[in-house]
Design a protein around this ligand. Structure first.
Ligand SMILES: NC(=O)c1ccc[n+]([C@@H]2O[C@H](COP(=O)([O-])OP(=O)(O)OC[C@H]3O[C@@H](n4cnc5c(N)ncnc54)[C@H](O)[C@@H]3O)[C@@H](O)[C@H]2O)c1
Ligand SMILES: N[C@@H](CCC=O)C(=O)O
Length: 525
């Protein structure tokens, strides 16, 4: 039956982006900022546990990274008792939600997509104030959330059908997929809507229940999606939403005996910590915990001598400096063949030199990094790099009037040695390194000289070189003749190799399998 009903869905299409170049669209985005400021600024938001809004108690302030003197809103500091209540509520809700009709799940997601389409500009503005994405970056992420709803609606139905097995003459055998239990969803601040939503939808589309722990820098972008799901008809006890300090919601959440699976996206350091802790079976725990850990990147762009250099330069600049380079997919290493190295470097430096620093709320090309701590860490790499490589652009903090924020100039280093931390370590800021390769094969070798393996771009017009790149470049997402950021849900299944994580591939055809276990039933006639 589900197959027939799925055929009733309209064909899938990615959500189109807003064209902010049109004045009436830009005016609506400005208006949405005014509305969000009026409606939310200074407000205190709740937790959700067992279907109830939970207010009161100690709170923490979320600050606007574009001017950290401004407090955007407040969120509760969940207590150990509330963590216990949330896990217990999720466990209880699992008893019912696990048997919910996949068509019901799909219908809720379709309805949520509709609701979000009407509120995209509002969510863009919330994100701009929380994590300093400019209009286009925020809009790309919110459009991805709409895509996630549409994709997971279809995936819920697809996996509910089970899979055929080779037949036996005297037995009826089925292979079906069942949910696993309570899933902890732990997410980073840089994609505060699309990343936790992807993990949470994976969990609930499969029939699991969720404890959703957003990053403390960006809780409202997450909360609004949880409330949108409730409005779309999701039973309110299926997601528990908790905010607060890592010492309450980090190790204790991961270690808890009733957590069946941890879906994590964030740094290598925390991902590895979760893997290790989750491996220990706690007293009373009746399963081995499953861990999905999607972590960092040190993503290369390889440019061959025969490539379209203007196109490559545009792709590099967008991927390296979009959202101040704070994407796991950001291009942080350019590896170019000797014969085009200088020309490409000049083109990239010219384009990057035109990037203006300003307010994300006013749609500036480059805003601040997430906070002062991050800016200081980035500047440590930059200062060290001045002694080990050739500084071509930037290299200093940037100013944005009298605003207080982690503003850093777009920075380019040339002639970076492959052993340099600039080449090997994830900086997570607007810092790009250039390294010269003898030839294109050497360039591929250098691209692979990394513990990470998330995304890569390869620019060439030669089909033979492209074939070799497809075969040899060791990453989860390889982009040929285009930039290495901007995966689309349902099409570019996203997740890396090596220390970039468990390669779960969100938005891909096998993603739901992560949240399921397989049951074989063999019945004698
Ligand atoms: N591979 C991907 O898909 C992907 C996507 C986005 C970001 N990232 C990576 O995320 C990182 C940036 O995000 P971040 O700074 O928020 O990462 P982070 O690892 O510091 O934090 C991620 C989340 O983990 C929580 N956390 C902290 N300590 C914990 C503990 N002991 N146990 C459980 N959870 C804990 C944080 O509160 C936060 O919610 C970068 O490395 C980036 O590459 C990866
Ligand atoms: N999915 C995003 C990256 C998310 C990580 O930060 C992209 O494809 O650019």
């Amino acid at each position: 039956m589900t197959g027939t009903l799925m055929e009733g869905f309209l064909p899938f299409e990615h959500e189109p982006y807003f064209n902010f170049g049109q004045e009436e669209i830009a005016a609506k985005q400005r208006e949405a900022y005014r509305t969000v400021r009026g409606k939310f600024l200074g407000k205190a938001f709740p937790l959700y546990i067992g279907g109830q809004r939970v207010e009161g108690g100690e709170t923490f302030a979320v600050r606007n990274p574009a001017d950290t003197r401004e407090v955007a809103w407040h969120f509760p500091k969940a207590t150990p008792e509330q963590l216990e209540q949330a896990i217990s509520a999720a466990k209880q809700a699992f008893g019912e939600w696990r048997f919910s009709d996949p068509m019901q799940r799909a219908t809720i997601f379709k309805r949520a997509a509709e609701l979000l389409r009407a509120r995209r500009m509002e969510l863009n503005a919330v994100m701009g104030l929380e994590n300093a994405k400019n209009w286009a970056e925020a809009d790309g992420e919110v459009a991805e959330c709409v895509d996630h709803f549409e994709v997971f609606a279809r995936e819920a139905l697809k996996w509910a059908q089970g899979k055929p097995v080779y037949p036996m003459p005297d037995e009826h055998v089925t292979t079906v997929y069942e949910p696993v239990g309570v899933v902890a969803v732990i997410s980073p601040w840089n994609f505060p809507a699309a990343i936790p939503l992807g993990m949470a939808l994976g969990a609930i589309a499969a029939g699991n229940t969720v404890v959703w722990k957003p990053a403390s820098e960006t809780p409202l972008s997450s909360l609004l999606l949880v409330e949108l799901l409730f409005e779309a008809g999701l039973p309110r006890n299926v997601i528990q939403f908790l905010t607060g300090p890592d010492d309450v919601l980090g190790d204790p959440l991961v270690d808890h005996k009733d957590i069946r699976m941890i879906a994590f996206t964030g740094s290598k350091e925390i991902g590895c910590r979760i893997m290790e802790r989750a491996a220990k079976v706690q007293p009373g725990q009746r399963w081995l915990k499953r861990v999905m850990a999607e972590m960092g990147g040190k993503d290369p762009t390889v440019v061959c001598a025969d490539a379209d250099l203007d196109d490559a330069a545009r792709g590099i600049v967008q991927a390296a400096f979009g959202y101040s380079g704070q994407k796991c997919s950001a291009c942080s290493r350019v590896i170019a063949e000797e014969s085009v190295y200088d020309e490409l470097l000049e083109k990239v430096a010219t384009l990057a030199g035109e990037i203006k620093v300003g307010l994300p709320e006013e749609n500036a090309a480059l805003g601040p990094v997430i906070h002062e701590g991050s800016a200081k860490r980035i500047m440590e790499y930059v200062e060290r790099g001045k002694g080990t490589a050739r500084l071509v652009l930037g290299g200093e903090r940037a100013q944005n009037g009298d605003r207080e924020g982690g503003y850093v100039q777009p920075t380019i280093f040339a002639d970076v040695d492959p052993r340099d931390p600039l080449f090997q370590e994830e900086i997570f800021g607007p810092v790009l390194s250039f390294t010269k390769a003898r030839d294109w094969r050497h360039a591929i070798e250098l691209a692979n000289d990394s513990e990470y393996g998330l995304t890569a771009a390869f620019y060439s017009r030669d089909p033979m070189k492209i074939n070799e790149a497809r075969r040899l470049i060791h990453v989860g997402n390889l982009y040929v003749n285009r930039k290495c950021t901007g995966a689309l849900s349902g099409t570019h299944a996203f997740g890396g190799y090596g220390m970039s994580g468990t390669n779960a591939k969100v938005g891909g055809p096998d993603y739901l399998f992560w949240f399921l276990q397989t049951k074989t039933v063999a019945q004698k006639y």
